[in-house]
Structure formats: structure tokens, C-alpha cells
Design a protein. Structure first.
Length: 416
């Protein structure tokens, strides 16, 4: 999997690679342009000089004449007396002008033209030794080094400019990314980026702020709804508990069991209402701590004794050591209760194990597994969702997965 990189590094890499390729291309283009210009200059010069000097053969009676005009130019009036390496490069019928390069780095420009001598038409040749007037290898190498050095200096200057511009271009995106990362929990305020923004970034920023506004509105509606519902539930639950208290005074054995069930349900509803109110609060209290001990867990487990007995579940729990955790006691209890209820209800005639340490909670069962039956809070169907919401509130990690053989393992890993 490729590791993502900052946009500034991507821009710098692309532009530097492009600048390097462009520099290499123009270096090669310059080199071959120099060679081409030299060849064209030699051919054009010889095309002007050769016809004038070839007229010397018109006054000669000899059919095979070689005349050295100057140190670089020699003319011939027949193909047979040309130097052998020249004859290997051109045909006897060839006419025109061309530059010929040899493996030993020597170079000649050859010109061939038909002329008349005593009413006979022959082919005359003019050969120019270009090496005599071109730069030697040393001077050409020095010139190439100078050009290369200039190119390197230009590349370094361009690199500094590209890096500076890439950082300038990417800085608004980097600033926006940092704001989104560090302000992920604060969506009430619109984001703003300093500096001059591009059209695309302005559109992106406007869209992000629009989504943040919608998220914040939905969040406020959820909080308001939860508070209203929780407060509205308290009144009928108070009435129910009052009615239960009055009925208990009648000492009617027939209604005692039902009154106990009603009373337990009301207590559970009150706890659930309190949990909703705690979850609806956006802030995480810095003063809420829960002390995890055998006594604290025993109180939670005791509530499941009837269900454990009814489902014939072999239950075991272990606390590594007593510790204090930054969390509201009711919310921590809700996590343990919902995980246990989920495991016990799905592990009839099975086993459930609860392990608690300073780092995590693990609830392991050998029940039906994830794929065979929906698991969750049997009363309201929101047990695991409550666990997930509490974990998100405290930035804990919650996951549930199938065991190798059967059953599931639900784990909550505390924030370190």
C-alpha cells in the first residue's frame, strides 16, 4: 500500500522531474543543433566555393588531376583519384553535397558537379577537410562543460523557485487539512484559510463549511431531542414508581412478583435515560472517574444472576488489578452490562468469560456467533450501539469478531 504524501512534495517531485527532463532535452537539442549548424555552414560554404574552383579543370588537358586549393580544400576531376574512404561513402554517379563523418571522428564535406572539358562532360569533386576549421575535442568539451554548468545552475535556481512556489500553492490545502484534523470535534464554527485562495479551494472550503453546518444542525437536533425525550420520560416513570409503592402496601402476594418486575423495569429505564443524557452532552467531564474493583464488578454481575441461571451459562470473570479509569461510572457500567447481556443471551448452555485490565475489556463467549443471529440489547435493540457511542465519547476502540471455533469476542480498548 502506497504511503500518502503531502501535496507540496507531489508538486515538487512532478515539477522537478519535468524540469530535469526539459533540461536534458534542451541539452541534447543544443548539442545536435551545434553539429547540424556546423554541417550546414560547411555545406553552404563549399556550395559557393566549389563551382568557382572547378572551372580550373576546363583549361586542363589531363584527365586525372588533383588540385589543392588551400589547406582545407582539394578538388578532383575524376572519381578514380578520390581518397579511398571517400569513395567508400559515395557512388560514382552521385551528385550534390553532403557531410561525411568517419569512425575516427574525422569529417569531410564533399561536393560533386558535372562540368564540360573539351566537349566532354565529367564529374568533378571538391572535398573540404572540415576538421581543420571546426573546434577540436578539447575546446568542444570545455564548451559542453560550460553549457552543462549553466544548465545545472539554471536547474538549481529553478528547483528553489519550484519548491518555494509548491509550498506556497499547497499551504492553503495543508492548513485546511490541519484544521479538519484538529477541529474534527468542533463543527459549530466555519473554517477559514489565510492567504489568496484558488477558485477550486474556495469551492472546496465552501462545500466543507456547508457540510459542517448541516452536521452541526443535525447534532444539535439529536442533542435537543435526546434531552427532551429523557426529561419527558422521567415524569411517567416517577408516576409508575409512585403507583408501585402504593400497591406494595396492599401486601397482595399475587401482585408482588409483577410489581417487582415493573420496579426493575423502571429502574432500568431511569438508568437508560440517564445514559442518554450523559451521551447527549458534548463535553467529556474531566472530573468523572470510576474505580474498577471486584466490589464494583460484583454489583454489575449480580444483576445478571437470574439470567445466567435461566440460560444455564457457565460464567467467569477476572479483574487483573484494581485501577481508576477516566469515565463516568454509569457509562462504564453500561458498557460492561450491554456486553454481558449480549453474550449471555446468545450463549444458552454455554460459557461467558469477562476479563478486565487497565488496558481493555474482553467478553468471550462460545455462543451462536455473529452470522447466525442478530446480537444486541434484547430489550431495545440498541445495546451495542450504546457501547459504540460511549466508546466514541471517550475515544476508546470497540470491536467484535467471531472466534476461531464458535462464539464471539467483544473488546473495548481504553485510550492510552
Amino acid at each position: 500500500m502506497f504511503k500518502s504524501k503531502p501535496i507540496s512534495q507531489i508538486i515538487i517531485k512532478v515539477y522537478l522531474l519535468g524540469a530535469l527532463i526539459l533540461l536534458a532535452f534542451y541539452g541534447c537539442l543544443f548539442y545536435y543543433t551545434v553539429l547540424y549548424t556546423e554541417n550546414q555552414a560547411s555545406e553552404q560554404r563549399l556550395a559557393l566555393k566549389a563551382p568557382y574552383h572547378l572551372k580550373l579543370f576546363q583549361k586542363s588537358e589531363n584527365t586525372k588531376i588533383k588540385i589543392k586549393i588551400d589547406p582545407i580544400l582539394t578538388i578532383y576531376n575524376t572519381y578514380e583519384i578520390l581518397p579511398k574512404k571517400i569513395k567508400d561513402k559515395i557512388n560514382v554517379d552521385w551528385l550534390g553535397i553532403q557531410s561525411i563523418h568517419f569512425d575516427d571522428d574525422s569529417e569531410f564535406t564533399v561536393f560533386a558537379q558535372k562540368i564540360k572539358i573539351n566537349n566532354d562532360e565529367i564529374t568533378a569533386y571538391a572535398i573540404e577537410d572540415v576538421d581543420q576549421i571546426e573546434w577540436d575535442d578539447t575546446y568542444f568539451a570545455i564548451f559542453q562543460i560550460m553549457i552543462l554548468s549553466s544548465g545545472v545552475i539554471l536547474f538549481i535556481g529553478s528547483a528553489f523557485f519550484i519548491i518555494k512556489m509548491a509550498k506556497r500553492i499547497s499551504s492553503p490545502f495543508s492548513e485546511l487539512a490541519e484544521m479538519l484534523e484538529y477541529d474534527s470535534h468542533e463543527v459549530s464554527k466555519p473554517l477559514s484559510v489565510n492567504g489568496k485562495l484558488s477558485f477550486e479551494l474556495e469551492m472546496m472550503l465552501a462545500s466543507i463549511n456547508s457540510y459542517r453546518k448541516r452536521i452541526y444542525s443535525a447534532f444539535i437536533r439529536e442533542q435537543t431531542f435526546t434531552r427532551y425525550i429523557s426529561h419527558e420520560l422521567r415524569t411517567p416513570m416517577t408516576v409508575i414508581r409512585g403507583g408501585v409503592s402504593v400497591l406494595r402496601r396492599a401486601n397482595n402476594d399475587k401482585t408482588t412478583k409483577q410489581l417487582t418486575r415493573i420496579d426493575d423495569a423502571v429502574i432500568e429505564m431511569e438508568q437508560l435515560t440517564h445514559i442518554f443524557l450523559l451521551l447527549a452532552r458534548d463535553e467529556v467531564s474531566n472530573t468523572s472517574n470510576v474505580s474498577i474493583s471486584d466490589t464494583f464488578i460484583d454489583k454489575i454481575v449480580k444483576n445478571f444472576s437470574p439470567t445466567i441461571k435461566a440460560n444455564q451459562v457457565n460464567f467467569h470473570y477476572d479483574i487483573q488489578n484494581e485501577f481508576s479509569l477516566h469515565a463516568h461510572p454509569l457509562l462504564f457500567s453500561a458498557v460492561v452490562c450491554n456486553l454481558l447481556k449480549n453474550a449471555i443471551n446468545c450463549s444458552i448452555e454455554g460459557s461467558v468469560n469477562l476479563f478486565i485490565s487497565e488496558q481493555r475489556i474482553d467478553v468471550i463467549d462460545d455462543g451462536l456467533g455473529l452470522n447466525e443471529q442478530p446480537r444486541g440489547y434484547e430489550g431495545f435493540g440498541i445495546g451495542l450501539k450504546i457501547v459504540q457511542d460511549i466508546c466514541e465519547k471517550y475515544q476508546w476502540t470497540f470491536n467484535i469478531s467471531n472466534n476461531m471455533e464458535k462464539g464471539c469476542t467483544a473488546s473495548v480498548i481504553f485510550k492510552t
